[in-house]
Write a protein that binds this ligand. Structure first.
Ligand code: GLU
Length: 367
């Protein structure tokens, strides 16, 4: 139950703590967090900081009445340096800025490169500071919130602990700001659909995350075997309790049998671009010596290219696996349509090439 005997800690700090007024950075709450990070490092633990706040920090320099996507990116660009400067001042140690997009984390080579860079920074005593690269993101390539980004980063570097700081004491059964009787969950052993329902709609006024994204993040990190906490980052007491080995908020227990790292990456980081629906009879293909061929397809959904990730499902809706595909959706659609046309059996289809490669496949467990 304690973080004291853990080696590698990822701490996620949201915009509301960095720029509490939504305009420019403030040390008001960050001093406590910086002291916590320094205490962990002094006792030999490694810390990776996932810091939001670039947009909120950059806002003060703009007087545009309408905040378009372009203006927001410009705010992020100017705010990022301010946010790094304030952490630099408070932490005193050399900081290493790492700006990522979802596209970076989904590409295996870039993913390994990120992992190697962070390993090397930690081995040399530095503090990696991660944020989304808001300036270059689009809907297609962004993670969109730093809770999920922190969980992906924590999984990439095999962290032992993920701490998400927020403005309430943890996860409640109802919104605690409007329900004084709301009950705090101090330990969560399983992330169920009911838990998602309870968290729905609780969002922050300053950042993009809320309880929903924190639960998504906890689902990712606990499946990697990471002890995950939601704590109140506004209260110094949260950090002193953590340092004493206590749980100041909600502790999500890690899975006893975490997913293998490559399966975890495919399941929880890589986003699917489409769906290939196969016959029920073939649903064990991933665990057998059989390859899926174009003969096994019933339907193709979405638009994807060669090398993209798709979900393979059966026609009753069971999601069987996530995998990299060897055909484009265009070609698979054409083949599936031709196969369903009994009068036209004489076309030239590349039947012998497997639809997906066995080395890039994650079997999905009862989603
Ligand atoms: N990347 C955004 C920023 O630095 C924050 C995203 C979030 O709030 O989760 O402003």
């Amino acid at each position: 139950m304690s973080i004291n005997d853990k080696q590698r800690i990822v701490i996620k700090v949201g915009s509301a703590l960095i720029a509490p007024e939504g305009k420019g950075c403030s040390t008001k709450y960050l001093s406590n967090i910086a002291d916590f990070i320094s205490s962990c490092r002094q006792r030999g633990q490694q810390v990776i900081l996932v810091s939001s706040g670039s947009v909120a920090a950059g806002k003060q320099w703009f007087d545009n009445p309408t905040v378009t996507k372009g203006v927001k990116k410009a705010m992020a660009s100017v705010g990022q340096t301010e946010m790094m400067a304030i952490w630099g001042k408070l932490l005193g140690d050399p900081l290493a800025q790492i700006l990522l997009t979802h596209a970076d984390l989904c590409n295996r080579e870039r993913y390994v490169s990120i992992k190697e860079t962070i390993e090397s920074l930690l081995a040399n005593g530095m503090i990696p500071v991660i944020n989304e690269n808001d300036t270059v993101t689009s809907e297609e390539v962004k993670v969109g919130d730093n809770d999920n980004l922190a969980a992906m980063a924590a999984s990439a570097v095999d962290a032992d602990v993920l701490i998400m700081c927020t403005d309430v004491n943890g996860l409640y059964d109802r919104n605690p700001t409007t329900n004084p009787d709301a009950k705090l969950f101090s330990v969560v052993t399983e992330i169920s659909p009911e838990l998602y329902d309870m968290a729905g709609g609780v969002t922050s006024a300053v950042g993009t995350g809320g309880m929903l994204t924190k639960i998504e993040a906890a689902e990712k990190s606990t499946a990697h075997g990471i002890d995950t906490y939601i704590i109140n980052g506004f209260q110094q007491e949260s950090f002193s309790k953590l340092l004493q080995g206590l749980n100041p908020g909600t502790h999500f227990l890690p899975h006893e049998a975490p997913l293998a790292p490559s399966v975890h990456w495919m399941t929880h980081t890589v986003r699917e671009r489409g769906e290939v629906i196969i016959d029920d009879e073939n649903q064990d293909f991933a665990e057998s010596d059989e390859f899926l061929t174009t003969d096994n397809i019933l339907e193709v959904k979405g638009q994807f290219g060669v090398g993209d990730t798709v979900v393979v499902s059966t026609d009753d809706g069971t999601r069987v696996a996530k995998a990299k595909v060897n055909y484009s959706s265009c070609l698979l659609n054409y083949i599936a349509q031709e196969q369903s046309d009994e009068d036209d059996a004489d076309y030239n289809q590349p039947q012998n090439r497997p639809i997906i490669s066995k080395e890039h496949i994650a079997v999905l467990e009862n989603e």
